[in-house]
Design a protein. Structure first.
Lengths: 381, 218
């Protein structure tokens, strides 16, 4: 039964061998075309180290860690980068720092497509608790390097900007306030000076009480304005200091351990290319196997003499070859027939219809059969 | 094969004849070849008529015995060179004598008896008639062997009584033709008829022979 099935598989394959080989040939061609036509792409990666907290933060109680206590700094940073990559502004800021920047002046549709392409070719993944891998893939190795570098730089700047935003607004508020308080101090000082000039002290004796009271009041106003001014000036200084601390602290919280480099070789190696192209061949092979096995199973006819023996339990007396084969083969074999027939003795004249009955039963004389065994007609199956 | 007037009646390739010689050798290995052999097939277009005439010619040529290929297929009769000729149907209706219906060939041992044109309403009665059997008996007196060309078993119910006119049968199946189930059902229907075996027609093994030696026997 195994022999029968294997033979049916072989026969199913060879009966339509070109058709069965077609999937392999087509998919091999597709694989070759894929390998040849696929543009070479270059990839580069940069590694950022994100500590949980910084020394400066511990001294100043500043918190720049974007992550919650339940996720690692690397995951938090990675999530932030991924979210930023979904914004067109962030991508545009990346493109601005690459050789692709002139394309941003193109048609809106082209710019949109450029943003989509760049977004697709840049990624960030967490490695461990404190490391973030930022990578990019592009047809041009320099641009790939620029994209990865710009991503890291823009993210760092974004973190700084985000942390500086409150300090900057406080600093602006106190700057305005200091100017206002300074004007009030000047006004109070001028009022005091004016009053003293208009009411000079008597040559003898004390000022009248009413003047002394007014001068004390003006002095108190000046002191109060001076105090407000000094306080506001201190607050402004504090805000400026906090901004400086934030910048330094953010810089400290993002170490670029491995900066991106310009790749010198395509991302796809020869081995990967061979694997990708072999995948096409494997798929073609599977299709061929399916076709052959399906053909062998679905074809319920007799393909081999062995099928007759197994299915009908009858002996195969003979196999007669297909007489409708190619003409050239027929011509060659016709020559053989001619030579064999000519070598045979002429037939003896025998009975015609209506002649006396011949000898009724005649065993088949074996020597008269198979006179030319050199041309076996039965396949060896 | 040519007629008495040297018109080509049929052409058989050498390897086809060799296959038929194998049939003769194997069929006669245990007992003599039956004097009336029915060639039948489960379905049409399996090559019964072609092989019946070829077998008759081979027997006549190799064994130097007189043989007549009798065509009993009134449903799809074969055509002979020279147009319609009187056949068995005309003998049964009394229009011609038996020796007038026989088609002689250049080989004096070989003759063909065409089916002739038989009205469809008469086919079933004729297939089961004593007259037909009598004619075959008469032919058996004249020829050593009769090769009966039977219509397809699954095509007409009359194939069963016609096949039983032979002393044994030989099933013709072509490679990739009738399915296994069809052949099995056909054999079930003609179960009473002793079967010599199967003749595989239109055999064209595509598998290279050198591969066959690597296939396990079990």
């Amino acid at each position: 039964m195994t022999r029968s099935f294997v033979l049916r598989l072989l026969e199913s394959f060879f009966r339509h061998r070109w058709l069965n080989l077609l999937p392999i040939v087509l998919l091999s061609g597709a694989g070759l075309g894929y390998v040849l036509l696929k543009p070479r792409e270059y990839t580069t990666q940069g590694l950022i180290y994100v500590p949980g907290t910084t020394y400066l933060a511990t001294l100043t109680n500043l918190t720049t860690d974007p992550a919650s206590p339940w996720i690692t700094p690397a995951v938090g940073t990675t999530n932030e980068i991924k979210e930023l990559l979904q914004t067109d502004t962030f991508i545009e800021s990346i493109i601005q720092k690459t050789d692709l920047a002139p394309k941003l002046k193109g048609a809106p549709v082209a710019v949109k497509q450029l943003i989509v392409d760049v977004r697709k070719d840049v990624w960030a993944t967490a490695q461990g608790d404190n490391q973030v891998l930022v990578g990019s893939l592009y047809k041009n190795p320099v641009v790939a390097y620029q994209i990865a570098s710009a991503t890291i730089e823009n993210y760092t700047q974004w973190r700084i900007d985000a942390n500086l935003a409150q300090s900057a607004s406080a600093q602006t508020f106190f700057t305005d306030l200091v100017q206002q308080y300074a004007a009030e101090v000047d006004t109070a000082r001028q009022a005091l000076n004016q009053y003293v000039l208009e009411h000079p002290a008597p040559l003898t004796g004390n000022r009248p009480d009413i003047e002394q009271i007014e001068i004390d009041r003006l002095k108190a106003d000046l002191d109060q304005a001076q105090t407000r001014y000094t306080t506001a000036l201190g607050k402004e200084e504090d805000a400026r200091l906090a901004a400086a601390q934030t910048t330094v602290n953010t810089r400290q919280s993002l170490y670029v351990v491995d900066a991106p480099t310009i790749p010198d070789q395509p991302a796809t190696s020869l081995k990967q290319t061979a694997l990708q192209s072999s995948l096409f061949v494997v798929v073609g092979l599977l299709l061929t196997i399916v076709a052959v096995v399906g053909g062998a199973i679905l074809d319920r006819g007799f393909l081999l003499p062995l099928d007759v023996t197994l299915q009908l339990d009858l002996p195969v007396l003979a196999t007669v070859p297909d007489a409708t084969q190619r003409r050239r083969r027929f011509a060659r074999q016709a020559t053989q027939v001619d030579s064999v027939v000519r070598s045979r003795p002429a037939l003896t004249p025998v009975l015609t219809a209506g002649s006396p009955e011949p000898e009724p039963s005649r065993a088949l004389p074996a020597p008269q059969l198979d006179t030319n065994p050199s041309q076996p007609a039965e396949p060896a199956v | 094969m040519t007629s008495r007037s040297n018109a080509v009646l049929a052409t058989y390739r050498f390897d086809v004849v060799e296959g038929l010689r194998y049939l003769l050798a194997r069929a006669a290995r245990r007992e003599p070849l039956p004097r009336r052999l029915s060639l039948l097939a489960p379905l049409r277009q399996e090559g019964v008529t072609y092989l019946a005439r070829g077998l008759a010619a081979t027997i006549a040529y190799d064994l130097r015995a007189t043989v007549c290929a009798v065509e009993l297929n009134w449903w799809w009769p074969s055509s002979l060179p020279g147009g319609p000729q009187p056949g068995l149907a005309n003998v049964l209706s009394g229009q011609v004598r038996l020796d007038e219906a026989l088609v002689g060939t250049s080989d004096p041992c070989l003759a063909w008896l065409p089916a002739g044109d038989l009205d469809p309403s008469q086919r079933s009665p004729v297939a089961r008639s004593q007259a037909l059997e009598a004619i075959l008996t008469d032919l058996s007196r004249q020829f050593d062997y009769l090769i009966l060309d039977i219509p397809a078993i699954r095509a007409t119910s009359d194939a069963l009584p016609l096949a039983s006119l032979g002393l044994a049968g030989c099933l013709v199946v072509s490679q990739g033709g009738a399915s296994v189930g069809t052949a099995q059902r056909a054999l079930d229907e003609i179960a009473p008829l002793p079967m010599l075996g199967v003749l595989m027609n239109r055999m064209n093994l595509k598998t290279p022979r050198f591969l066959l030696q690597f296939i396990p026997e079990t």
